[in-house]
Design a protein around this ligand. Structure first.
Ligand code: GBH
Length: 495
């Protein structure tokens, strides 16, 4: 079947489903207690890399290495949220979001990561951030690890490849629970362990930039991330949960994999693709071990869980966080470039014979496919017995450009239509029965987009990097203001 035919089939199904249901989209399509928030991560927004006693992270070292970041920039200053958090919190309040998902920089708490001496200035900074959020009625959703590993842990231990990192993470996590848990009720241990495993240790496009052992190291890095997660959760549950009354989870990322045809080979390939993204992390948590398809294909490269590991991992989440941006058609095939896809025997297809799976955003990987999020949410609900889910990131990027006047950059019509489409699909998944409790837009503001530097803009708020990092609301931010007030759609008026 051609991509054109397959796409037409799915889109017909999708458009008949939305025209029967929640059209036009409005707040009332979601349950009244459904949470809307906005997200960032420490390295991408904080800056102040040498201030407040912060130690260096692997991303400092990586971004300072020539050739790693496409515009040659780093996040030493980023959008300076470390100093401007009050202004940013005012903006979150103005937009009407009920929650802010941010991450703590591990090396602000323990500058060398070892967990011997806590940096009080780091603790004070996050206390200020959390208190300011609460003053405005914004709930903090706190990620402990969003890729910025204390550099010393990489240099002295080999980072995620060494089992002793599990202990270091546990100490760090415990310090955070003890310091902030009286006010933070939602914890996320690790953001997208898949990306650290693959881009950190297979392709090397993320810190620490390793690609020498692509058929073994990613699986080791994933293994110790899972164990670190489980250890932190067990500490939270044993020492803090009863008194503090919060919840803890993990954030996984998954692009939807749609079989290109009804052939059994393609269906199996798409199923494997999901195993190698989601099952890799969620199967050990819900079922105690890696998916069979991974065990079969990886053999000895896949580490083994001891009984003790399995017991610790099992049910080690109160909720699943899902980061989702895009989808692909998938068929059985070989990818000779990338060891991770080669071993899965899958080929991901975004464009074929001039037809794409959806319109393109700025990042080369990001195609706009709203129906994909409904499918991935329903898949998680079915496969893992309907756990509580938060969509912890969803959004799209525009290309930075020097020529367009500001007012054009601010009128981000494509982003507005992205959010309308994806939120419609999330509402649909809720109606289908998936236990989705909340949704976070990525991102609050334009920021350091990893290997793409500042060339890609994901923000609802524009940051003028040439003029003192001033913040300007984009059309999508105004769209959220209306949507969150319950106005959007009610008049029946479409923009
Ligand atoms: C999220 O990852 C991150 O959590 C967030 O920090 C980031 O800013 C946001 O995405 C936007 O990128 O080039 O084909 O190898 C989302 C998962 C991981 C998806 C890297 C794209 C690169 C694909 N992303 N991946 S490719």
């Amino acid at each position: 079947m051609s991509i054109t035919e397959r796409k037409r089939e799915i889109e017909q199904e999708w458009s008949s489903c939305i025209s029967n249901n929640n059209n036009p989209l409005c707040r009332a399509n979601f349950p009244p207690n459904f949470l809307f928030g906005v997200a960032t991560s420490a390295y991408q927004v904080e800056g102040a890399c040498n201030q407040g006693g912060r130690g260096p992270s692997t991303w400092d070292a990586f971004s300072h290495t020539e050739g790693k970041i496409c515009d040659g920039k780093d996040a030493d200053i980023a959008v300076d949220q470390y100093h401007r958090y009050k202004e940013d919190i005012d903006l979150i309040a103005k937009l009407g979001f009920g929650a802010y998902r941010f991450s703590i920089s591990w090396s602000r708490i323990y500058p060398d990561g070892l967990g011997t001496k806590v940096n009080d200035e780091g603790i004070a900074h996050y206390n200020n951030l959390i208190n300011s959020l609460l003053e405005k009625g914004i709930e903090p959703y706190v990620t402990l690890y969003h890729w910025d590993l204390p550099l010393h842990l990489h240099e002295s231990l080999g980072g995620w490849l060494n089992e002793s990192i599990v202990k270091c993470f546990a100490i760090y996590a415990e310090t955070c629970f003890a310091s902030f848990g009286d006010r933070v009720k939602k914890w996320i241990t690790i953001n997208e362990p898949l990306q650290t495993a693959i881009n950190g240790y297979c392709t090397g496009v993320y810190a620490p930039g390793k690609n020498e052992n692509p058929s073994t190291e990613p699986y080791l890095a994933a293994h110790y991330q899972l164990l670190a997660h489980a250890e932190a959760v067990s500490i939270y549950r044993e020492k803090f949960k009863e008194q503090q009354g919060g919840e803890i989870g993990l954030v996984v990322d998954c692009e939807w994999a749609e079989p290109l045809s009804d052939n059994i080979e393609d269906k199996n390939a798409a199923a494997r693709r999901l195993d190698f993204q989601l099952g890799w992390y969620l199967d050990p948590i819900f079922y105690g071990d890696y998916p069979e398809s991974m065990q079969e294909r990886l053999g000895d490269s896949l580490p083994i869980f001891s009984q003790k590991n399995k017991d610790l991992l099992r049910n080690s989440v109160d909720f699943v966080g899902l980061n989702h941006y895009t989808s692909r058609f998938v068929r059985q095939g070989t990818d000779k470039q990338n060891e991770y896809y080669r071993v899965q025997e899958v080929e991901r297809i975004a464009e074929c014979e001039g037809e794409a799976i959806g319109p393109k955003a700025a990042s080369p990987w990001l195609y706009i496919v709203p129906w994909g999020i409904q499918k991935v949410l329903n898949y998680i609900a079915q496969r893992y017995n309907n756990p509580p889910i938060y969509v912890t990131e969803n959004g799209m990027d525009d290309e930075d450009n020097d020529v367009s006047p500001l007012h054009e950059m601010l009128d981000d019509k494509l982003r507005v239509s992205y959010y309308k489409g994806y939120l419609t699909a999330v509402a649909q998944a809720v109606k289908d029965g998936a236990d989705v409790r909340g949704y976070f837009a990525w991102s609050l503001l334009d920021n350091f987009e990893w290997q793409y530097g500042y060339t890609k803009r994901f923000g609802l708020i524009y940051v003028d990097f040439k003029n003192g990092l001033t913040r300007h609301l984009k059309s999508s931010a105004y769209w959220f203001v209306r949507f969150l007030k319950g106005g959007e759609g009610k008049s029946g008026k479409e923009e």
